[in-house]
Design a protein around this ligand. Structure first.
Ligand SMILES: Nc1ncnc2c1ncn2[C@@H]1O[C@H](COP(=O)(O)OP(=O)(O)OP(=O)(O)O)[C@@H](O)[C@H]1O
Ligand SMILES: [Mg+2]
Length: 244
């Protein structure tokens, strides 16, 4: 198996005539945790869209392992082991928890059970018959995250999964990410809780206006300067944790 799970080479991408990402190089190594930081509008979600196949780059290449997937559709990338947990949960609120879990089992795993997700998120176990829309925000996010367990991906990309959740739930979410990482799943993490994201990361990329302005180990980053310069706030201060 290749040491590099995901590689973006010279990727530019945008929407219509607007260029967002400019000449981005990024690598996620097998089993590693990579934090992707940057201010609002820097292009983090756009980068995850390119990596997951939701958005075609205008230039550059995307590789999963050794295989170029620049033009491959999202489901082909899912089959290659890439899982995106998108911003805003991505669950079906009008369906039950059980139905949501069944839907999240990829077609090639349809005969498997979803027990592994219930082990990770026991809070879902006695809510299986409940409509997903009636779960708490934290439980909805756990349901969304259960895909990262069910599809057995080798890379999970997470777009602000702790957004808007109470601190105790944020703890549980991070705990589940630690479990995924310790099982050898590579993670590409976009997080508002910058300090926590850095603590669990092997490597960090900093995006500013669609360009990589820092790539290195978290301990090489002058955190406060970064916070002031690019994020506009201090580490894990109350306004960072505040919900919008
Ligand atoms: N679907 C879209 N159509 C047009 N422009 C978009 C679209 N999505 C994002 N953009 C623009 O692309 C730029 C980057 O957006 P993106 O969502 O990637 O940023 P982000 O780093 O994820 O920000 P945030 O921290 O707020 O989530 C922004 O200027 C945004 O307005
Ligand atoms: Mg975003």
């Amino acid at each position: 198996m290749s040491d590099v799970r995901l590689r973006l080479e010279g990727v530019s991408a945008g929407y219509g005539r607007t260029t967002v990402l400019r000449d981005v190089d990024l690598e996620v190594h097998t089993g590693s945790v990579v934090a992707l930081l940057g201010s609002n509008g820097a292009g983090k979600t756009t980068l995850l869209s390119v990596a997951s196949g939701l958005l075609r780059p205008s230039a550059g290449r995307v590789l999963i392992g050794e295989t170029e997937v620049t033009r491959a559709a999202p489901n082909a990338r899912a089959r290659a082991g890439v899982c995106l947990i998108p911003e805003g949960r991505g669950i079906f609120r009008g369906m039950t928890v059980r139905e949501n879990l069944l839907l999240q089992l990829p077609p090639w795993e349809k005969d498997k059970s979803f027990d592994v997700a219930l082990e990770a998120f026991p809070a879902l176990e006695n809510r299986l018959g409940e409509l997903a829309g009636r779960l708490s925000g934290g439980q909805q996010q756990m349901l969304a995250l259960s895909r990262a367990y069910l599809a057995k991906p080798s890379l999970v990309m997470l777009d602000e999964v702790s957004m808007g959740l109470a601190p105790v739930v944020v703890e549980q979410i991070f705990e589940s990410l630690h479990i995924l990482a310790s099982n050898g799943t590579a993670l590409l993490v976009v997080e508002q809780y910058v300090e926590r994201a850095l603590q669990m990361s092997d490597h960090v990329y900093l995006l500013n206006r669609g360009q990589v302005v820092f790539s290195g180990r978290p301990d090489e980053l002058d955190e406060n300067e970064v916070m002031r310069g690019y994020l506009g706030h201090e580490l894990d201060s109350p306004d960072v944790a505040a919900t919008t």
